[in-house]
Design a protein around this ligand. Sequence first.
Ligand code: LUZ
Ligand code: MOS
Length: 752
Amino acid sequence: MQHIDTKSHLRGESLYLDDIPMVRGTLFGVVYPSPVAHGRIRSLQLDDALAMPGVVRILTYKDIPGRNQIGGIVPDEPLMAEHEVHFHGMPIAFVVAETDEQARAAIKKIQVDIEPLPVITDPRQAKALGNLIVPPRTFKIGDSTGAFKNCAYIASGRADSNGQEHLYIETQGAYALPLEGGQVRVYSSTQGPTAVQRHAADVLGISMSQVEVDVKRLGGGFGGKEDQATAWAVFCALAAYLLQKPVKYSLHRMEDMRMTGKRHPYSSDFTIGLDKDLNILAYEVCFYQNAGASADLSPAVMERTLFHCTNSYYIPNVTATAYSCRTNLPPNTAFRGFGGPQGMFVIESAIAQIAEQIGVHPSRIQEKNLIRTGHEFPYGQIAQSQAPACWDKACRHFDAKRMMEEVAQFNRNNVLCKKGISFMPICFGISFTKTLMNQARALVHIYTDGSVNISTGAVEMGQGVSTKLIQVAASVFSLPAEQIRINSTNTYRIANTSPSAASATADLNGKAVELACNALKGRLTDMASRILQKDISSIHFRGGQVYVHDAATELNWKGLVQAAYVNRISLSEHAHYATPDIHFDSSIEKGHPFAYHVYGTAITTVTVDTIRGTYQIDAVKIVHDTASSMNRMIDKGQIEGGLVQGIGWMTMEEIVFDQEGRLRSNALSTYKVPDIYSVPGIIDVEFHETDEDNLAIFRSKAVGEPPLMYGIGTYFALRMALKAFNPSGEIGFDAPMTPEKMLMGLYQKKSS
Ligand code: LUZ
Ligand code: MOS
């Protein structure tokens, strides 16, 4: 089935937040952001701004009727600064005017006097000062200290990975309307409608039952709207509530880039130990996460870093510690992979380092240590592994041996260009790491004309979840997809939703839809059995027709639905799904947190221009563990898109903050994302299809985040090419590998 939005996207007819027809009298809000990264507010001068044409009101924290607080996990994030500012871009005031332009002109007239405080942007420095968001956590299996004594090879080092701007095409924004009786309706470009509802209620000092949040679709989220869509929505809700007028705020790109958090940069130290047969015996790692100025989702992101610190490998002795460090950057947040990629980058760096030391290709070590079914992850879950199967299939299907030989031969024959090849196995756990979040609900109505209408907590952000949900209903009812519609995501229809995140949205909401549809189907089957005077077990639905065994009857879907209505049988169902069998005990850091894992292997080849430091990615060849894909076209799109986003993070996307905590890479002129010219020449995706029994919807494994981590392979392929030119250069592990860094590395001399 084609993505249901294909036609409307192509024709520009899909509706986003900015396309919602505006009600007469709508006002426009703009945030006044802090001009410094850290300081004490001495005075705030609003009079000049208030005198500007069209300005209706300027809100500060003093206008908040409820709590000035939007922290999701830790209550450490005010909606608007009170006496201190903690990052450049932190909201101080909200200007409301008759037009967007007037509001934007007015913020230029606001004057704030801030006594500067020291600005910290480095997580190690923050840790040294004791500035932690939450206490550190350690995952431990075996005895790493003892195991190092039995190692033939040991390597230590440091690995750094930078942040990443989400760059959803649709910027953040919201539109709020006052309703009667102190209620508000908020249209928000959010992955988490319930988070918006909860915080809006809290800030306004009203109940959640008074806040309706509605989401049609997003023009991309990537995690950037899991937690950080909330502020803008709450600003609009607050202004609409106080002024009793509709209020809209749609962020400009540079505002969005400056004020919102990004993927967490990490700085990490590792030690890895191998026996003489290249078995990894021990691994110790310490992660310094740059959380930014408040917690946001950082503790959860840090947790997932620990879960994925051994990537796709079995290591019997591991000690992994993570610090979430408070700095004066915008609070960093969820980004596709959610800390997992950062953890995986470090173990891959460790393997690359020790491979260099031993003088083998890293793939020898990687292959040798792939996790197998029955092996235990450091957090206690026992693997049901497709890692060796994906690796072997990739080697066979793409003839990895020949690819390796071709690279070696090319490098023997060329000086001006060098090639590199890397292998990147992935392993990603599916479920929110916070067990309670793994629940979802669906509401399914069948109308008397036979048409079907579905509501769930899933947010469509381009990933195709709506299409998959329709597939679920169409399959259970055996109806053509056109007969099934999917509603906007709305907190009045579906309550207490988890955000659309963690790659789990289709699984959780799909299972709820399946349960609801099966309940309805049961009632309709019963009805058909009474009408046709046949045994229930003989009744089947096929293509909108009722069958008895294999014979079509006179009764069709619509007739059956009408009969059910006449007989006063409910044609609506609300179902609840909660992932079974998952649990985690954080007091011992052990459990079974994931419904299942997704595996895969990417083989990447690159060519580096050794004069210029520029490079191209020749090919990325992937075997991806889909189990039984329910939509190959959508899944392939996620795999290709995830890969390219991961490559961007590892190669060209370079976030730069200056010493004062100001974002210098604050526009598309200074922050480069992959375009059609920089994507791999070849992307070859082979589905690893199995009929393995799993907890995925229709056994079709989650696909949202895992493919991003294939992009890490590009970093290491580039490094191999660099080393082919300059074997003795000590270049460290510091992503992204921009062409500039590549050039420096190519001509770097060994220091000694
Ligand atoms: N969000 C979240 C996530 O709240 N918990 C998670 O475990 C998660 N994992 C991936 C992406 N978003
Ligand atoms: Mo996400 S990083 O699954 O919002």
